[in-house]
Design a binder for this molecule. Structure first.
Ligand code: LIP
Length: 261
């Protein structure tokens, strides 16, 4: 387990540093599902680097990444990689993006076992990491989720999709949530939002429509930091991922259901 964690941290750190270097050289920018769903040469280069490293050190493992075709596992383990989570932040130079690397057993994000995960924000100099049953760390130091008194005094994170009609629906849900919490933060990278819950910078986070690579590593970090994490609710093909400090987990889950997020 420790070897898998060590490798996940190495790969995420290498990927984040490569992204930073490529950004300094000037980016080539394209789009995917909509004019605002961007992808850069750095996204593709980082994923290719991590994939090449894994083909050498873990040749029988599977691969599931945002920018390349999936590969089935022969070993039972699969590496789930978002080369640059928070791509819009990366493009705009906002230091809230990360390379996210997780290794999982199983194929369904609702029920797979995440054995290790790393989320590295090179621009901010922060490395979040966790091994199943081994706790969670930020730059090697243990982290724990917070203990807010109630939802009304909790800081809650969320995010929005790339399609305008989806964002309109998410905006309506947010309108219902906003009066019930301390405040809302929309940082722009799910992996870091989950790590924020893990270290008490957010009291809760929920977003519908994430891809497995957005949350695989961050969900383990949050879980190992003592947060309540759920990713099993799928509606019209869009999965809800939620994490909350244990003191407000039930209240937050009820509110998320009531607002129809
Ligand atoms: C991002 C997610 C974020 C979401 C953004 C985007 P990407 O992933 O991490 O939570 O709100 O719309 O999907 O596209 O930067 O890898």
């Amino acid at each position: 387990m420790n070897d898998l964690l060590t490798l996940a941290v190495e790969l995420a750190a290498e990927g984040a540093e490569l992204a930073l270097r490529l950004r300094r050289d000037g980016l080539e920018v394209g789009t995917k599902s909509s004019p605002v769903d961007v992808v850069t040469n750095a996204d593709r280069a980082v994923e290719a680097h991590i994939r090449a490293r894994l083909s050498t050190v873990r040749p029988r493992d599977g691969f599931l990444g945002e920018e390349s075709d999936a590969a089935e596992s022969e070993s039972g383990l699969t590496w789930v990689v978002d080369p640059i989570d928070g791509t819009v932040n990366f493009l705009y130079g906002i230091p809230e993006w990360a390379c996210s690397v997780a290794v999982v057993e199983g194929v369904d994000p609702a029920s797979w076992t995440v054995h290790a995960g790393a989320v590295v924000n090179a621009a901010a100099g922060e490395r979040f990491a966790a091994a199943r049953g081994g706790g969670a760390t930020r730059n090697g130091e243990p982290i724990r989720a917070g203990a807010p008194a109630d939802l009304a005094t909790s800081l809650v994170g969320t995010g929005f999709g790339y399609r305008a009609e989806v964002r309109a629906e998410q905006g309506r849900a947010l309108q219902a949530l906003l009066p019930r919490v301390r405040d809302i933060r929309r940082h722009g990278a799910a992996s870091l939002d989950l790590c924020a819950v893990a270290c008490g910078r957010l009291d809760a986070y929920a977003e519908r429509g994430l891809s497995p690579w957005d949350f695989a590593a961050g969900a383990l970090v949050a879980t190992e930091a003592g947060a309540a994490v759920a990713a099993g609710d799928v509606r019209e093909g869009r999965r809800l991922v939620a994490a909350a400090a244990p003191t407000i987990a039930d209240e937050f889950a009820a509110a998320v259901t009531q607002i129809g997020l």
